[in-house]
Design a protein around this ligand. Sequence first.
Ligand SMILES: *Cc1c(COP(=O)(O)O)cnc(C)c1O
Length: 476
Amino acid sequence: MKYLSTRGLPQKRSFCDILLEGLAPDGGLYLPESYPQINAQELKRLEGVFFQEGYAALAFNILSLFIDDIPSQDLKNLCEKTYTQKTFGTQEIAPVRALDDGLFIQALSNGPTLAFKDMAMQLLGNLFEYELNRKGQELNILGATSGDTGSAAEYAMRGKKGIRVFMTSPHGRMSPFQQAQMFSLLDDNIFNIAIEGVFDDCQDIVKAVSNDLPFKKQLKIGTVNSINWARLLAQVVYYFAGYFQARKMSQKSRISFAVPSGNFGNVCAAHVARMMGLPLHQLVVATNENNVLDEFFKTGVYRVRSSTDTHETSSPSMDISKASNFERFIFDLLDRDGALTNKLFSTDIDAQGYFDLSADPRFKSIREKFGFTSGSSTHQNRLDTIKDVYQKYQEIIDPHTADGLKVAKECTHQDEAIVVLETALPIKFASTITQALGIEPSRPQAFEGIEALPKRVVLMPANVQKIKDFLLENVK
Ligand SMILES: *Cc1c(COP(=O)(O)O)cnc(C)c1O
């Protein structure tokens, strides 16, 4: 299996070539040159693998279709080491539960940081360690976070050989729970850097350091952002696992997924699964007030937002100004025309801030050919949905999952079962739950009293040179 760039670069790469990279050299994103096809018989076999051997075995089977440069036994070991009950809380790893007839929730949020990013990041940590060891290299991950991504990265990379994580975050702006989660990690290879500034300042620092190419090369600096192909690939697995479980629990003829979406990473994995032949009916893209994606699926116009036009909402992990994985789907929609994809994402977006596919006949085929539908929510919708679910089913869901559920209900048909992805546990966003229900969500035992644990964090001004000095001091 070879990989190509969405912007048409002629060179093809193998999985391990792109594993440690972000963007392709032409600014595009990597995708497999074709999607491996799963026929009905193979699907039946994979279902058997999942129910008899478990999630790790399913992951190994699916990853094997995309990775041909890691020996089979090694890949199997990596999957088994990653997807354990100890790390993900249940034997099913990503269990599906029924709320109602045809309405399901799939829990992706029982990993170490209680959000779905663990599902991919935990595998990435093990893959990175394996590959760096094979190559005899080291990697220093420099990132910026306002919450979920940074902590998922730190929990995945802690204690890993050959890897250090330098994670900047805006000082005093994350919730006390999120701060405690990150700053209580005392591992030698984890560096928390609280920046006197806002999230944009953190991102600007990361950009400035990464743009200094000699420095970047000297210090072997890399990233773990959501455009990494291996992260996306890891997410494909839980759509198969979710489909198999829902199929078993429901009499409905069709199965769809509703996905709380920001950077389009999660639902892009659903798209890949569907392209492989997993019989998913609809892929419901749920956004919050930052409705860049909903707008595209409704109108054919993809318009990125300025930072003043990007809202801070009560589902903060979906607060995006542009959807960084979206280019992957557009490339497929446009019959993999790299030149046209390049024009849309570099020329059109740069010159005018949007592109418009409303007149392209391929846009009209999105629903039929690719299954996509969409909707969005407001803060009040989230509160109402959280309240409604609590009253009807005595369950508490987090605000992101509430966005997914609200839109799922608008899009589901009679003969269809829908699986809403639970992307975080409510305890991470306790203040919104308290606002909706007047009670605090319960806290998994492992997180009791984490706010009182010793913390390892340095406070620094938003100054690029100071951050570079800090990196130089700590990379030995
Ligand atoms: C990251 C995140 C999302 C959005 O996922 P994308 O892959 O960016 O679309 C939704 N919910 C939670 C809780 C997240 O952490």
